[in-house]
Design a protein around this ligand. Structure first.
Ligand code: BTN
Length: 271
């Protein structure tokens, strides 16, 4: 069943006592179960005239999609699995990676809002994974349409582990709020925080605040300016992350001093 609903706004505070957003999360499509919120959002965009900021969310995502063709698994009713629908016509397709940067920054803000920063090491792992104490708590899959070299629509898919405690084969590399704090957290409250922080960064992007976004992203980037281990086609090598350019390429200084840029598909960072 498809449920569209709107939250009533009382001045600037929403039902959760948080800053109300202007448009992100003002319209919600809640699905008790769906294969992938990203796939559902894309079919909505192709079939109905949905407004910017609409969120597609589910309690049970059965075929969640991840980066590099991977799957994203989340236990039912334990985690955030949602997709934000955007119409970033103001953004050139060459600058599409800024959407990845602001999504990572919004997630970073949510984590620092909830977790005590002095106790937890919160980092963005290129391109836009979020790590806490070296383990992944959130992943992002962004899918775009391009019209005349600008973005037509974008679907920002976010998986954020909240109350799940068992990760099976991923136990060594995945974490959640509950595993970190020992407490059960409210999925709704965290989602509302996410809408609010995402909107803050999206409005900065709309105002062309590229330098501010770049600086914040690099400031929280895992491994920046430190020698790291990388893997390319099963070959390991060492290098120092220097930057992430406008196209989202990772700029790495190799041990011989030469700087090389890498695409997401080309290399992975070995933690
Ligand atoms: C990754 O780290 O590989 C990206 C994972 C993205 C998962 C989210 S969950 C909500 C949205 N719908 C999907 O099918 N994928 C994204």
């Amino acid at each position: 069943m498809l449920t569209f609903y709107k939250f009533a706004l009382s001045n600037k505070i929403n039902l959760f006592g948080l800053m109300a957003t202007l448009f992100i999360g003002q319209n919600k499509v809640f699905l008790p179960e769906t294969d992938s919120t990203n796939s559902y959002a894309i079919s909505l965009l192709k079939n109905v005239n949905c407004i910017e900021g609409t969120v597609v969310l589910t309690n049970n995502q059965t075929k969640g999609r991840g980066q590099r063709g991977n799957s994203w698994k989340a236990d039912p009713s334990m985690n955030i699995t949602l997709s934000l629908i955007l119409k970033p016509g103001f953004l050139s397709s060459k600058k599409a990676f800024f959407l990845s940067k602001i999504t990572a920054l919004a997630l970073y803000d949510v984590l620092t809002d909830i977790l005590n920063e002095s106790q937890f090491d919160i980092k963005i792992k290129w391109p836009n994974d979020i790590l806490v104490n070296g383990k992944k708590i959130a992943g992002v899959l962004i899918e775009n349409s391009v019209i005349d070299e600008s973005l037509g629509w974008s679907v920002v898919g976010i998986g954020l582990n909240v109350n799940q405690t068992l990760f099976g084969a991923l136990a060594e590399t995945a974490t959640s709020f509950t595993l970190l704090t020992g407490k059960t957290e409210s999925i709704e409250t965290i989602s509302e925080k996410l809408y609010s922080y995402f909107e803050k960064w999206y409005l900065k992007l709309k105002q062309d605040k590229f330098n501010e976004i770049n600086a914040a992203y690099l400031n929280h980037l895992f491994g920046i300016n430190r020698l790291q281990n990388f893997k390319q086609n099963s070959i390991n090598f060492k290098g120092t992350i220097k930057d992430v350019n406008e196209q989202g390429l990772l700029i790495v200084q190799l041990e011989n001093g030469i700087e090389k840029s890498f695409e997401i598909k080309e290399i992975s960072l070995v933690i």
